[in-house]
Every structure is written in C-alpha cells, then in structure tokens.
Design a protein around this ligand. Structure first.
Ligand code: ZN
Length: 125
C-alpha cells in the first residue's frame, strides 16, 4: 500500500481567515471555518475573491455600464401596477446594481424601477 496520503485538501491551499487573517483555517463541508475567531464562510466566496464586480451584459452581449442608454426589447409588466414598459422604450442613464434585476433606472411616465439586463439592448452613443 505504501504511505497513506493525506486525503483532505492540502492545508497549504486553505485560505486565510478573511476576518482575522489566521492561517489555521479548516474545511467543514462546503464551508471554511476559522478556529481563532469562529468566522465561517462559503468555499465559493473564498475561491473567487477577484470577482470585484460582475459584468452585466445586455441581450446581445454588449457590456453595460453606469450611465448607458438602453432600449427595452420586450414588453415588461411593471410589478405592482398595471403599467407596461413597451418594446423600444428608451431608458437613459441606467445604473447597474446587484441582484435579479441588475439595472436600476428611471422611466418617463413610470418612475424608478429595476430591469433585467437580458431584456434590454444597449444604444450606441
Ligand atoms: Zn478568523
């Protein structure tokens, strides 16, 4: 059989505790645990610390940025009202936010609302 290899993850690859920077972290299922400050965090979060900001793309793959102008490509019912944002509605000065509706904007006649980036198309400036 030979030497029994350590079956867990190599301890060197364990991340430092994001809270107290202790190196004595360990794995517990899907989580990492810090024994020094009792902080627990998900492995997913720990493996992608470089993801500072998610890239938001429109329906055809253009990267959207704060301040962009987009048009709506599909009739969208406005939650909690009978209003509908019609296809082709131009939305100026969008603001990207986190969440299911990743665009925050103000639409004439409707007001502030959230849009999904998959239902808009960027208008070239
Ligand atoms: Zn800690």
């Amino acid at each position: 059989m030979g030497a029994v290899l350590f079956s867990g993850t190599d301890p060197v690859t364990l991340p430092q505790c994001p809270q107290c920077h202790s190196a004595y972290t360990y794995e517990d299922g899907e989580m990492y645990v810090c024994p020094e400050c009792a902080h627990e965090w998900a492995k997913d979060a720990a493996t992608e610390p470089a993801e500072v900001r998610q890239v938001v793309r429109d329906a055809v793959g253009n990267v959207l940025r704060d301040g962009d102008t987009v048009t709506v490509i599909k009739d969208l019912k406005v939650k909690g009202s009978s209003s509908v944002v019609k296809v082709g509605t131009k939305v100026k000065n969008i603001r990207l936010v986190e969440g299911d509706h990743d665009i925050d904007c103000k639409i004439d006649g409707i007001g502030s609302m959230g849009l999904k980036s998959e239902f808009v198309k960027k208008v070239p400036v």
